[in-house]
Design a protein around this ligand. Structure first.
Ligand SMILES: Nc1ncnc2c1ncn2[C@@H]1O[C@H](COP(=O)(O)OP(=O)(O)O)[C@@H](O)[C@H]1O
Ligand SMILES: CC(=O)N[C@@H](CCC(=O)OP(=O)(O)O)C(=O)O
Length: 301
């Protein structure tokens, strides 16, 4: 009986000892974590992700969270009788939609994440791109190619923004004082207007600006799959040079494209590695950071 107890205890101790090199490697380093809207649909998984984020903080890392909320914005729009429209993964945003986006992202999701962090005795602090002009943006001019004529045309996405500048001072103030910043993906235009931004893009831009060690994007698939319907086709490691062909061949499509583009941009801006993981799976963050094998897809240069 005692022997069984001791074996179990030794196993736990071994797990901790094996984590030591990673705790050392990431000590005091910034880790950018993007909570995807689809990954947050499962409340239990979400609660576990938040707890693991607080754990990262307590073992000495500096996690920064950017959250999405696309599915919840869509639900709220539909409740109010508005039909959502997307062009290349970006939500066409009129003024009423922008009010809904702010209400859902800043009013609901951000405050929910912050209160869950505080529940686990983390110092959660909610921010949007408007706080101290954290994310300066301008209206996005979206160009698409007409399949038939091959001509390039400009499409008006309304109040959708393109990131111009990240002002990280406010983040520095928070991370240096042991807070976990939680950022809603909206930007501030020159005239003070609010612009709707893709959350993946925001996570990548901020990760590059603050020299994050890692960018982790949590979504609703195990990673990048060769066949999106077959989880056993997971691509565990992907060199950035392989990506254009995978997009060209139609292996990477839809919502995965901005994620991959974000990872490439972040790596080119100095982030050491970028990962796409299944946020619906419990402890996915810990498995990625504290094990040799990692989990999901790692994109590297
Ligand atoms: N090669 C691929 N591997 C995995 N998922 C892919 C791939 N190509 C496209 N996808 C799609 O990308 C989706 C993730 O993007 P998205 O729906 O925008 O998630 P989120 O809300 O988490 O940001 C997946 O659910 C999947 O349908
Ligand atoms: C411009 C644009 O499309 N903005 C996104 C912002 C939220 C988001 O990106 O959420 P996910 O990460 O869950 O997709 C939107 O309105 O849905």
């Amino acid at each position: 009986m005692i022997l069984i107890y001791l074996c179990g205890t030794m196993e736990k101790v071994n797990i901790l000892v094996e984590a030591l090199p990673y705790i050392k490697k990431f000590y005091n380093k910034k880790v950018m974590i993007k909570y995807g809207g689809h990954a947050m649909v499962d409340e239990e998984a979400m609660a576990s992700t938040v707890r693991d984020t607080v754990l990262l903080k307590y073992v000495g890392m500096q996690p920064i969270v950017v959250h999405g909320g696309g599915p919840e914005i869509t639900r709220s729009m539909k409740k109010l009788g508005k039909e959502p429209k997307f062009i290349k993964g970006l939500r066409v945003t009129d003024e009423e939609t922008m009010r809904i986006v702010k209400m859902v992202l800043v009013g609901n999701i951000n405050t929910d994440i912050v209160s869950q962090i505080c529940l686990h005795d983390g110092k959660g602090a909610g921010l949007s791109g408007k706080d101290n002009k954290l994310i300066e943006a301008c209206k996005k001019i979206h160009k698409i190619k007409d399949e038939e004529t091959g001509e390039i045309e400009e499409v008006d996405l309304g109040l959708v923004g393109e990131i111009k500048k990240i002002n990280p001072e406010i983040l520095k103030m928070y991370t240096e004082n042991d807070f976990i910043p939680v950022i809603s993906p909206i930007g501030i235009a020159e005239n003070g207007n609010t612009l709707n931004l893709n959350a993946d893009t925001v996570a990548g831009s901020i990760a590059g600006e603050v020299d994050a060690e890692k960018l982790i994007i949590l979504t609703d698939v195990p990673g990048v799959l060769r066949d999106p319907n077959d989880p056993s086709t997971l691509i565990q490691r992907m060199h950035i040079d392989e990506i254009p062909a995978l997009i060209e061949e139609g292996v990477i499509t839809g919502g995965m494209i901005p994620k991959i583009e974000t990872c490439v941009e972040a790596i080119n801006n100095g982030v050491k590695s970028a990962h796409i993981l299944d946020g619906r799976m419990k402890h996915t963050l810990l498995l990625e950071i504290f094990t040799k094998e990692g989990i999901g897809t790692m994109i590297y240069k």
